[in-house]
Design a protein. Structure first.
Length: 278
């Protein structure tokens, strides 16, 4: 089992550097469980890239649903991430339904259908980013922090959509809601051709404003966050700077922060948690 948790830590360090850095601010005895949860999230979030087609992707996600549901135990024990996750679920009483919802939400990733509405995007961000924070908070604080995780996760999810916009459109995948684009008269053909427009700039600006409103709501709720759960929320400290960087005229320009700046932002938030929602 120790080998399984070590494998998870190495996977998170390589594939999800922000959460790995944040996990270093958690107590040593809780890090293994965090790494198991985050490694599971890595496996789910990258299914499209690994599977290359919807059907094998659906099969992979169904396998994880079965594992979380208590099936395929022999196969799960042979998989280091699944093995560590099952131990973490048992040790910290993680709700299987929340994990299943997270898996099901990522089925959207497998297809090229556009995100239809803003409500759909908020639901997607809630069931992925927010649920992951809530589970991490439970591991760290033995408490239900779902209410605080919701605005945090939606803000982080929307910032992620804006950050990944050039990459998503390059592969003809659209997370920016179609109803938002429609209100600003943005044509999908222009997006997929990499052509900007005044309407697209306005649509993304509106999405940034909505993300900032969720971030502000998180700021109002942060005083109620148990101190032990803070490391689960530290990656949200990158949301504000990310929204600042994508606030530009060219939506297709890269908006990446340097690794040292990302790490510094997380470190500052760990020292002063009020910075999480700035």
């Amino acid at each position: 089992m120790l080998d399984a948790f070590a494998y998870c830590a190495a996977l998170v360090r390589a594939a999800d550097r922000d959460r790995f850095i944040a996990s270093l601010f958690a107590p040593t005895e809780r890090r293994g469980a965090l790494h198991a949860l985050y490694a599971f999230n890595v496996e789910i979030a990258r299914v499209r890239d690994v599977a290359h087609a919807p059907l094998p992707g659906e099969i992979r996600l169904q396998w994880w649903s079965d594992v979380v549901g208590g099936e395929r135990m022999d196969e799960a024990k042979a998989n280091p991430v699944a093995s560590a996750l099952l131990d973490t679920i048992k040790q910290h009483a993680l709700p299987a339904q929340t994990l299943t919802d997270l898996i099901d939400a990522h089925r959207f990733d497998l297809y090229d259908d556009p995100m239809a509405t803003m409500a759909d995007l908020e639901s997607y961000a809630r069931r992925t980013s927010a649920w992951l924070m809530a589970l991490a908070g439970r591991i760290l604080a033995d408490a239900d922090v779902t209410a605080i995780a919701e605005p945090a996760g939606i803000a982080a999810g929307m910032a992620g959509v804006l950050r990944a916009f050039p990459a998503h459109t390059a592969r003809r995948q659209l997370y920016v809601p179609a109803d938002l684009l429609g209100r600003h008269q943005v044509r999908l053909q222009e997006l997929y051709a990499g052509r900007s427009s005044a309407g697209l700039v306005a649509a993304l600006a509106e999405l940034r404003d909505i993300a900032r409103r969720h971030l502000a709501e998180l700021g109002r709720q942060l005083p109620g966050l148990p101190p032990a759960a803070v490391p689960a929320f530290l990656p949200v400290a990158l949301v504000g700077p990310t929204l600042d960087r994508v606030n530009r005229a060219d939506p297709f320009a890269p908006a990446e922060m340097s690794p040292w700046r990302r790490q510094w932002s997380i470190w500052r938030a760990a020292r002063n948690p009020t910075r999480i929602a700035r």
